[in-house]
Structure formats: structure tokens, C-alpha cells
Design a protein around this ligand. Structure first.
Ligand code: DX5
Ligand code: ZN
Length: 238
């Protein structure tokens, strides 16, 4: 789980894996040091794509040894939170763009014993999370427009990560992590870690390679090299 806001975690997104052998894909990235498995749920309404739902999360829960990080890209997450929690999600993130009662939703997720995250699309300003910043377990900054794997990192996301980190700290929530999702690879990972991202989602950079285990290990090593000295592994969190 996200733990303290400075713990570095790699979250391979199975969106880019071969759905015909998800078990092998999960095992490979776990051998490579995956800390979480990122599960992209899309409904064809909030985003143009349709992916996977509750039964797949339930199956993943049986085979994964690390927690499941479920990213809901759906128009009505309130209807499905209970089902995803029951299926085995350890973390659930919801988009602020679809939720007029975000406070209620975040607390509903937490009441199920699941870590609650809120997600900002690239065009959504940080002010949208100011009033909930003290309550969340993590904030997910989208560094592409959600819907598909393999898109190009939007450079402005780097400063947005730093601004979200600052908003969480201002709210007294230094335990919450900043997660980033979209276009994370060997070239971009260092920049976002330096800006304060600590949960790093990567799909194509891991699964569109001949060796996802090795790609996970190398991405995690590249991320660790970018950590500020004060929060390197073994040092106390700031
Ligand atoms: C995009 C999804 C991402 C996606 C990332 O809408 O939320 O999790 O799998 O894929 P890459 O790492 O290829 O950009
Ligand atoms: Zn995602």
C-alpha cells in the first residue's frame, strides 16, 4: 500500500499486458520488484476505451502477492466501490471530474478499509483537491489523457506533481503519496520522482518489452537513483 508519502513504489499497469496470460504477467513483474499491480478500469463513457471489471480484479487478487491499485476511469464510481473492495482492491482511485460529492466518496472508500485516492486529469486544476487533501491516502496525477496505454508524457505534469505534493503538505498530510500515471519510462521517471512522485505507474514501458521482469527492475532502479538524498532507502522520511 502507499504507506508514508516518501516510500517509492512501482506499479506496473496490466493494461499493456497480454490478457490471455495475466497470471504470467503479474508473476514476472513481481519477480522484478513490483510493489503494486495497477488495474485500469474503463467504461467507454468517461474514457473512450472499455477494459476490465470486478471479476478480473477478483481473479487477480487470487494470484497477486502485492496489493492491487484499482484506477476507476468510469462515470459513476460510487455504484462500484463496494464491489471492487470486496473483490480485493487495496487501493481505489476516483476521478474528481465525475464526483460532485468527492468527500463522501473518499470516506466511503476508507470505510471499506481501502486506501482512497483522487485523480486529476491533465486539464484539471489542483484546486479541485485542496478541500480533500487532508483526507486522502494518495493523489494520482494523470500525465496523459486517460484511456489508452502508450501515450506521450505531458511535460507540464512534472510541475503539477510538485504542486500536488505541496498541497498535501500544506494540508498536513505528508503521509499521503503522489502517484503518476501515463508515459512513465526510463526517460521520464527521474523527472517525476525528483518532483515528488512516489507511486510510479508504467504500462507500455514494462509490458511492451521482451522482458517485463527486467524492465520493472530497471525502472525501479532508475526511480531510486532520482530520489533526493534525504529520502533515499534507509533514510528517514522527511
Ligand atoms: C491510461 C491508464 C494508464 C496506462 C498507462 O489511461 O490509466 O494506467 O496503462 O500506460 P503507459 O505507461 O503505457 O502510458
Ligand atoms: Zn491508470
Amino acid at each position: 500500500m502507499s504507506g508514508l508519502g516518501q516510500t517509492l513504489q512501482i506499479a506496473p499497469s496490466i493494461l499493456s499486458a497480454d490478457f490471455g496470460c495475466l497470471g504470467n504477467a503479474v508473476a514476472a513483474v513481481e519477480r522484478g520488484g513490483a510493489d503494486l499491480i495497477h488495474v485500469d478500469v474503463m467504461d467507454g463513457h468517461f474514457v473512450p476505451n472499455i477494459t476490465i471489471g470486478v471479476p478480473v480484479v477478483r481473479s487477480l487478487k487470487r494470484i497477486a502477492t502485492v496489493p492491487l491499485d484499482v484506477h476507476l476511469m468510469i462515470t459513476d464510481p460510487d455504484r462500484y466501490i463496494d464491489a471492487f473492495a470486496e473483490a480485493g482492491a487495496a487501493m481505489i482511485s476516483v476521478h474528481v471530474e465525475v464526483l460532485p460529492h468527492l468527500h463522501r466518496t473518499v470516506h466511503a472508500i476508507k470505510a471499506l478499509g481501502v486506501e482512497a485516492g483522487v485523480v486529476l486529469n491533465p486539464s484539471t486544476p489542483i484546486v479541485a483537491i485542496e478541500e480533500i487533501a487532508a483526507d486522502v491516502d494518495f493523489v494520482l496525477v494523470m500525465s496523459v489523457n486517460p484511456g489508452f496505454g502508450g501515450q506521450t508524457f505531458i511535460p507540464r505534469s512534472e510541475s503539477k506533481v510538485a504542486d500536488v505534493r505541496a498541497a498535501l503538505d500544506r494540508a498536513g498530510n505528508s503521509a499521503a503519496s503522489v502517484e503518476i500515471d501515463g508515459g512513465i519510462d526510463a526517460l521520464t521517471v527521474g523527472r517525476v520522482v525528483a518532483a515528488g512522485a512516489r507511486i510510479l505507474v508504467a504500462g507500455s514501458a514494462i509490458f511492451n518489452t521482451p522482458d517485463p521482469e527486467r524492465a520493472t527492475r530497471e525502472l525501479k532502479a532508475a526511480a531510486a537513483r532520482a530520489l533526493p538524498v534525504a529520502s533515499s532507502p534507509g533514510s528517514p522520511a522527511r
